[in-house]
Structures are given as structure tokens and as C-alpha cells.
Design a protein around this ligand. Structure first.
Ligand code: NDP
Length: 248
């Protein structure tokens, strides 16, 4: 298993399905982990559940679409846990609709949370990593950012944009020991996907060559590897983990 003893990790959207698995996996590897929340009640329940599993994960209120809130969050993590070594930009939303019915509100909400957040959070973290000469940034995109998806012009645009960000930033910071990668999950058995009616879910699964949904733990394991020293030669890449549903 990856050893991240002494590393400090900030994972956005840690109270969600994939984010929680990433937080726990990094904590199991020895990292000091922090995440953020918008919804206080959900955050308190989440932190209590994590504590029951034996982990102390810090959680700070911050909306990732708010630049100043992200600046304050990053500063708090640094003062409480130390300089940030690992950043996982995972928080994200969907607001689906066919393009002819797509509203400006839905378009803007997805861009602010999925794309602006990359700037808002990473901007306050990357310099510290460069100064230290070691850092790992992982951006959680989606299979739909790679292949497109009907009814998701806003979401797929935002997720494709993430990898453009990854490639450019990777080139800027490679010599400083900082790697930047994208992970593009396919359909993962999170609450959102499990809430889809069973017959529709079975149709989705029938289109996945491995014949099942992925798990959040599988995504977390890939993120864990990308955080390791062994992944130091891996940067600017987009890792598909989708059960063979889309091959590039
Ligand atoms: P969830 O909906 O379970 O979790 C999303 C997380 O992001 C929550 O913690 C949520 O917190 C947080 N979040 C959303 N908006 C904001 C915001 N403005 N500021 C701060 N936090 C915010 O999602 P998943 O775990 O399913 O997905 C995680 C990532 O993986 C997303 O980027 C998603 O696009 C991507 N992905 C997911 C797939 C899947 O099958 N589940 C497939 C491919 C990609 P709160 O509830 O407090 O708003």
C-alpha cells in the first residue's frame, strides 16, 4: 500500500460517495486529510461516521465556487495540519437537460462548481507545493467528459475542460516536483447511481463490458497510487476507469 505518512491532503467534496472513499484511503495510507462542506448537518453526520471508523478527518465550510472561501479554507488547512502536499479536486455537480431546454442557471451552476473550482482551490495550493518541491494534484473528471453524453452539454463541457487544465498546469509545475493528473470514472455505485430505477441501471450495466458498476474504493485506489512517490513520472495524464465502457 502507498505510504503517505507525513503528507497533508485536501480533498474537495469529501462528504460525497467518491470523495469519502478517497479521504478514507488517503487517511489509511497515513496522510492527514481535510475536506470541505456546504451542508452543516450532512458534514456533522459524515464526520461522526468517519470517527467511528477510527479516522480524524478535518472538515471546513467552503463553497468551491467561491474564491475567497477557498482561500480561507486552504489557509485553515495549512495552519491546522501543515502545508498541503496533495489536492484532489473532486467536488462536482450535474444539472442535466437537453441543450434546447438548457437554462442559463443550470449552465452557470455547473461551470462555477466544476470548472471555476479548479482555479479557486488550486490557485491557493500550488505555490506551496512548488516551493516544497513535491506535490500531487488529481482532478476527478468523468467518462462523459471523454465521450460526450446526450442531455449533459454543461456537465460534459465542464469535465472535458478539467483535463485541459490538468495538461497545462502539469507542464507548468513538472520541474517543481508537482504532478497533475485527471481521473475519469465511469458509472460508479454511489447513492446517485443506485437511486436510478433498477431496470435503467441494468441497461447501463449491460453497456459496461465488465458487467458491473465500479466502486468508489476502486477510484480511491487509483488516486492513492497517483499520490505516491512511485507515480512521480506520471503527469498530464487522463486515467479512464470505466469497466471498458469507453476505450481511448
Ligand atoms: P456526490 O454528489 O456524492 O458528492 C459530491 C460532493 O461535492 C459532495 O460532498 C458535495 O457536498 C460536494 N459539492 C458539490 N458542490 C459543491 C460546492 N459548490 N462546494 C463545495 N462542495 C460541493 O458525487 P460523487 O461522489 O458521485 O462524485 C464525485 C465526483 O466524481 C464529481 O466530480 C462527479 O462529477 C465525478 N463522477 C462521478 C461519477 C459517479 O458515477 N458517481 C462518475 C463520473 C464522475 P454537498 O453535498 O455539501 O454539496
Amino acid at each position: 500500500m502507498t505510504n503517505l505518512e507525513g503528507k497533508v491532503a485536501l480533498v474537495t467534496g469529501g462528504t460525497g460517495g467518491i470523495g469519502a472513499a478517497i479521504c478514507l484511503n488517503l487517511a489509511k495510507a497515513g496522510a492527514k486529510v481535510a475536506t470541505n462542506y456546504r451542508n452543516q448537518e450532512k458534514a456533522e453526520a459524515w464526520q461522526a461516521a468517519v470517527k467511528e471508523q477510527g479516522f480524524d478527518i478535518k472538515i471546513y465550510q467552503a463553497d468551491v465556487s467561491d474564491y475567497e472561501a477557498c482561500e480561507a479554507m486552504a489557509a485553515k488547512v495549512v495552519s491546522d495540519l501543515g502545508p498541503i502536499d496533495i489536492l484532489v479536486n473532486n467536488a462536482g455537480i450535474t444539472k442535466d437537460g437537453m441543450f434546447k431546454k438548457m437554462t442559463k442557471d443550470k449552465w452557470d451552476a455547473v461551470m462555477k462548481i466544476n470548472v471555476d473550482s479548479l482555479f479557486n482551490v488550486t490557485r491557493h495550493v500550488v505555490e506551496g507545493m512548488s516551493e516544497k518541491g513535491w506535490g500531487r494534484i488529481i482532478n476527478i473528471s468523468s467518462i462523459n467528459g471523454q465521450k460526450g453524453q446526450m442531455g449533459q452539454t454543461n456537465y460534459t463541457t465542464s469535465k472535458a475542460a478539467m483535463h485541459g487544465f490538468t495538461m497545462s498546469l502539469a507542464q507548468e509545475v513538472a520541474r517543481k516536483g508537482v504532478t497533475v493528473n485527471t481521473v475519469s470514472p465511469g458509472y460508479i455505485a454511489t447513492e446517485m447511481v443506485m437511486a436510478v430505477p433498477e431496470d435503467i441501471r441494468n441497461k447501463i450495466i449491460a453497456g459496461i463490458p465488465v458487467n458491473r458498476l465500479g466502486t468508489s474504493e476502486e477510484i480511491a485506489a487509483l488516486v492513492g497510487f497517483l499520490c505516491s512517490n512511485e507515480a512521480g513520472f506520471t503527469t498530464g495524464a487522463d486515467f479512464a476507469m470505466n469497466g471498458g465502457q469507453h476505450m481511448m
